[in-house]
Design a protein around this ligand. Structure first.
Ligand SMILES: *Cc1c(COP(=O)(O)O)cnc(C)c1O
Length: 390
C-alpha cells in the first residue's frame, strides 16, 4: 500500500478538484440519490454500491473523500463513516460476533461501549468478560468462543494504556480479531493497525471534528472486512454519516495536527501544574512522569493531547462542586477534542441514590485542555483552588 505524508493526506488526497469545477473547498452533496442515463449504468452502479454513488445510505462523494483520508491516516485500506462513534463501535463489534460468541473487553471502556456489550449484545447471546488489559489477564480469559478483543488505549477517564502490539501477538494466532478505539490518540499520535490491530474505530465527534458542531464515527479496516461490514451492519442498520457532517469533519481534519499539538502542549503544562499542587492527590495523564504506564504510553504514542483527569484531595462533595462551579474557562460539559476547554467531574455522575455504588472517587475531575493559552487555563484552576477553600 502506498504511504503518503500526513500533510499530503489531509490537504490533497482524494480531493478530485477537477470533477467539481475546480472548487478549492469540496462541494457538499446533499442528494440522497444519484441518477443514471441508461439502465446499464444503473445496473453497474447498483452492483458496486459499496464504492459508487447510488443511494447516500451506501456511498456519497463527500463521505468517500473523508473516508479515503481517514483510512490513509490510520495506515488502513478502507474506511466506513457513521452518524456517531457509537454507531461505528456497534457495527465493528457486531460484525465479528454471533450467538454464543465471547468478547474480551478492557475495563472502563467508553460508557456506551460497555452498555452495548453488557446489555444489548447479551440479548443476542453474546458474552463479555472485562480485563485490566495485561497479557496474563487476557490470556486467562480466552475461551474457544472468543472472537474479539476490544481495546480502548488509553480509555477516556483514567487513561490506562494497553500494549497493542503484545496483545495482538498473543490473541491473533487464536483467530481473535482486535478492535481498538483510537479516539484519544488519533492516528497523528498512534496507529493501531501498524501494531497489528484489525479494526480501528473513532468518535469523529472529538478531535477529527474539533469544533463541537458535528457528530460522527469512523471504522477503518481491510478492504475485505469493509465489504462484509458494508453489506451487513452498514446498510442494514443504516447509521450513515450525513453529507453535511462529513463536510464539517473534513474541514475540522484540515487543522487536526496543529490543534492536537496545541492541546498536547496545554495538557502537558496543566498536568505539570496539577502534579505539583499540594491539594491534588493524583494526576492521570499518560505523558506525566508519575503515570504508572508512562514508559509504555510514551513508546506507543507520539503525544497525549489535552484530555486528563486528577483527584482533588477531598472526599467532600460540596468542595468538589464549589471547585467546578468556580471554573470559568473550563466549561462544564461532556465530550472533548474541540477548541474550548471542558470539565467533566465524576461528581456529576453521583446522586444521593447511587452514591455507594459509584465506582469513581468523588474528587476525580476530568478536564480537557482546548486551544486557549496554558497560562490562562492554569490561572482558572488556581482561582478554583482558592475559591473552593480546599
Ligand atoms: C465520545 C466517545 C465515543 C462515542 O462517540 P459518539 O460520537 O459520541 O457516539 C466512543 N469512544 C470514546 C473514547 C469517546 O470519547
Amino acid at each position: 500500500m502506498q504511504s503518503y505524508s500526513e500533510d499530503y493526506i489531509i490537504n490533497h488526497l482524494g480531493e478530485n478538484r477537477a470533477e467539481y469545477l475546480n472548487s478549492g473547498s469540496p462541494p457538499i452533496f446533499t442528494s440522497s440519490i444519484f441518477t443514471f442515463g441508461t439502465i446499464d449504468e444503473m445496473r453497474d452502479a447498483l452492483h458496486n454500491e459499496s464504492s459508487t454513488p447510488f443511494y447516500t445510505r451506501g456511498t456519497n462523494p463527500g463521505l468517500t473523500m473523508l473516508s479515503e483520508k481517514l483510512a490513509a491516516l490510520e495506515g488502513g485500506e478502507s474506511c466506513l463513516l457513521f452518524a456517531t462513534g457509537s454507531a461505528a463501535i456497534a457495527a465493528a463489534i457486531c460484525s465479528q460476533v454471533k450467538y454464543g460468541d465471547h468478547v474480551i473487553c478492557i475495563e472502563k471502556p467508553y460508557s456506551w461501549t460497555a452498555k452495548l456489550l453488557q446489555n444489548w449484545l447479551g440479548k443476542f447471546g453474546v458474552k463479555v468478560s472485562f480485563t485490566d488489559g495485561s497479557l496474563e489477564s487476557v490470556s486467562n480469559l480466552i475461551e474457544n468462543e472468543t472472537k474479539v478483543l476490544y481495546l480502548e488505549t488509553p480509555n477516556s477517564f483514567t487513561f490506562e494504556v494497553q500494549d497493542i502490539k503484545a496483545l495482538c501477538e498473543l490473541v491473533k494466532p487464536k483467530g481473535i480479531k482486535v478492535i481498538v478505539d483510537n479516539s484519544y490518540a488519533t492516528p497523528i499520535y498512534q496507529k493501531p493497525l501498524e501494531l497489528g490491530a484489525d479494526i480501528v474505530v473513532h468518535s469523529a465527534t472529538k478531535y477529527f471534528s474539533g469544533h463541537s458542531d458535528a457528530l460522527g464515527g469512523a471504522l477503518i479496516c481491510s478492504r475485505a472486512d469493509r465489504e462484509e461490514i458494508f453489506k451487513a451492519e452498514y446498510m442494514t442498520l443504516g447509521g450513515t454519516m450525513s453529507p453535511m457532517n462529513a463536510w464539517l469533519i473534513l474541514r475540522g481534519l484540515r487543522t487536526l495536527p496543529i490543534r492536537l499539538q496545541k492541546s498536547h502542549e496545554n495538557g502537558m503544562a496543566v498536568a505539570n501544574y496539577l502534579g505539583s499542587h499540594p491539594k491534588v492527590k493524583k494526576v492521570n495523564y499518560p505523558f506525566h512522569p508519575s503515570f504508572p504506564q508512562f514508559s509504555l504510553a510514551t513508546s506507543q504514542m507520539k503525544g497525549a493531547g489535552g484530555l486528563l483527569s486528577f483527584e482533588l484531595d477531598t472526599e467532600d462533595l460540596a468542595i468538589v462542586d464549589k471547585f467546578c462551579n468556580s471554573l470559568k474557562y473550563f466549561l462544564l460539559a461532556c465530550s472533548w477534542g474541540s477548541y474550548e476547554s471542558l470539565c467533566f467531574p465524576s461528581a456529576a455522575l453521583i446522586t444521593s441514590s447511587n452514591y455507594q455504588k459509584n465506582s469513581f472517587k468523588p474528587g476525580l475531575v476530568r478536564i480537557y485542555c482546548g486551544l486557549e493559552s496554558s497560562d490562562q487555563l492554569i490561572l482558572d484552576l488556581e482561582n478554583a483552588f482558592f475559591s473552593s477553600g480546599i
